[in-house]
Write a protein that binds this ligand. Sequence first.
Ligand SMILES: NC(=O)c1ccc[n+]([C@@H]2O[C@H](COP(=O)([O-])OP(=O)(O)OC[C@H]3O[C@@H](n4cnc5c(N)ncnc54)[C@H](O)[C@@H]3O)[C@@H](O)[C@H]2O)c1
Ligand SMILES: [Zn+2]
Ligand SMILES: [Zn+2]
Length: 365
Amino acid sequence: MSFTSRAAVHYGHERTLDITEVQVEEPGPGNVLVRLGASGVCGSDRHVLDGEWPMPSPTVMGHEGAGTVEAIGEGVQDVVVGDHVVLSWFYPCRRCTNCLSGRAYVCTGSRSEECLLPDGNTPLSRDGTRVYPYLAVGSMSEYTVVPETAAVKIPSEVPFDVASLLGCSIATGVGAVVNDAMVAPGSSAVVIGAGGVGLSIIMGLKLAGAHPIIAVDLNEQKLNAAQRLGATHTVISGDDTQHQVAEITGGGADYAFEAIGRKEAIESLPSLLVRGGTAVLVGLPPAGQSINFDGLELAESGMRILGSNYGSTVPGRDFPRLAELYLAGKLPVDDLISDRISLDEVNEAFEAMRRGERARSVIMF
Ligand SMILES: NC(=O)c1ccc[n+]([C@@H]2O[C@H](COP(=O)([O-])OP(=O)(O)OC[C@H]3O[C@@H](n4cnc5c(N)ncnc54)[C@H](O)[C@@H]3O)[C@@H](O)[C@H]2O)c1
Ligand SMILES: [Zn+2]
Ligand SMILES: [Zn+2]
């Protein structure tokens, strides 16, 4: 049995998405059918549309989603029909050594990155041809099917637009601060790029008690949003950035986060740090691009470079925690949402993102 769902499909060669119908299979063993409530429009989707990362196609885009469990497959135990869930774009296998040692975020058995369910299939098709859900989520669709390990129950009081962002930008940004960098109160931090992810890092830094928190972006609107979310200082990105950061921090920041995915910005991180500071790479550059650092300077200054993927999120632990922080008023996720749009407006949202506009667009179903 299968049924139709309206979805935003990427055919691999164009920058735009087709809004079209796909067929969705009933959930097989271990999988759940989710009716989407909302899907965020993330910079990672944009990388795929712009041909920067190889990806199977055609693909239903979207990996930052939340919705309601509509049906469960055989053996599913973690959720029941009617639960509100946040979707995870990296599902753990629960069997590899990393999963067994509590490090599900570096699971080696997941097939998320191949856009496949654990059994190697996809739940989507069109005209009899396989369609891939991006990162095994495909949230830019009215319905999707994911492994139960990728659908985490959260309190139903959290609205879907907010819940969707917990699934990528918030988990990534807050996780980069608390799980990866483990920023201590009073540490100084600078964030390059104040889009959905950078602004989430800023929220995480505020939560962690960092001070000062410096936001750097090209766009004034983004810097205003950064200030509302916790940045104590803002800097328009340019030749003077290093000097201004040094001035504000009294010599360099303890932590410098990159949240654009731009080679030059990543390479500038050491220049923003105090001796012994930590550079955190959150933005994702095009595949195959190498980043150059001065090895001698790096070693002699005792700097640390951290790669940060999904904020080392453990979805079952972290999504409910983030939801509770939101409900307690400690994570103002609503302020991250600049535009609520329909599925049909998704191409405009990507165009606005390319121009550096909008904090986060969220598709409402
Ligand atoms: N590591 C992870 O797990 C993870 C997860 C999600 C997203 N990401 C990556 O994070 C990056 C950001 O994603 P996003 O959704 O926030 O994208 P976005 O497009 O919303 O944000 C990028 C921001 O960078 C700013 N910017 C662009 N060029 C700049 C420059 N030269 N100097 C300063 N600012 C500049 C833009 O104005 C914008 O505010 C992407 O590379 C995305 O793939 C990583
Ligand atoms: Zn994302
Ligand atoms: Zn695993």
